[in-house]
Design a protein around this ligand. Sequence first.
Ligand code: 13P
Length: 257
Amino acid sequence: MSLPELIVAGNWKMNGVRADLAEIEAVRAGIPASCKAGVWIFPPATIIGAAAALNGGMHVLTGAQDCHAKDSGAFTGDLSAPILKDAGAAAIIVGHSERRSGHGETSREVKAKASAVLKAGLPVIVCLGETRGERESGLAASVCTRQLADSLPAESTPENTVIAYEPVWAIGTGLQATTEDITAIHAVLRAELAKREGTGGQRWRILYGGSVSPANAAGIFESGEVDGALVGGASLKAASFLAIIAAGAQALERRKS
Ligand code: 13P
């Protein structure tokens, strides 16, 4: 597995039916051939297969938004990493704050799910981030550090695992963390990741998520600590997602030159 240097990922959450595959087709058609950023889209599980089967334009990786920690069994309504892989998922998100808060998922469960994704041979995006109260109490860095330590399985490496820092208060609110705030937390996470055996901090991909939009993406990508974005609302429409992809591709070009 080798991960792109900069990833622009769209998390569609509980949005998207077959008619919306046209948005993914438009994204594929709209990515310039020169784009070196990885573009990943995580639609609802029901259309992963159809999304993964699309062709034309540039490649867009299709992934799943969550999975069960077990491979199979009596878990009505759940989907495992091998099942999602079979359906066409090429990456899986775990630990999104909407799963942590809405479904009571603990970091321990997130770690088990991340292990399941890696066992299935897919890259995993592990999400973490502080609440507004935690930030206001000055606990953002310590909360994120703890979530990282508790959510990342031992087998995670920079080649198979992506971290997504998503401050809960910035998700879907239009409130955006400043580039300085993002840079500070990413640097703390990277320093922690650098302590893991055999991995230099720079090799890890750390994405930012939380009200990323065409208006603020370029500023966020200016930070050398930011290796991409996990985009919610603005990923649902091709036009806004393409604008964010363009900002990512430009930032990557500047870094390489
Ligand atoms: P928004 O971009 O809608 O704030 O969502 C961010 C997010 O939760 C992505 O996983």
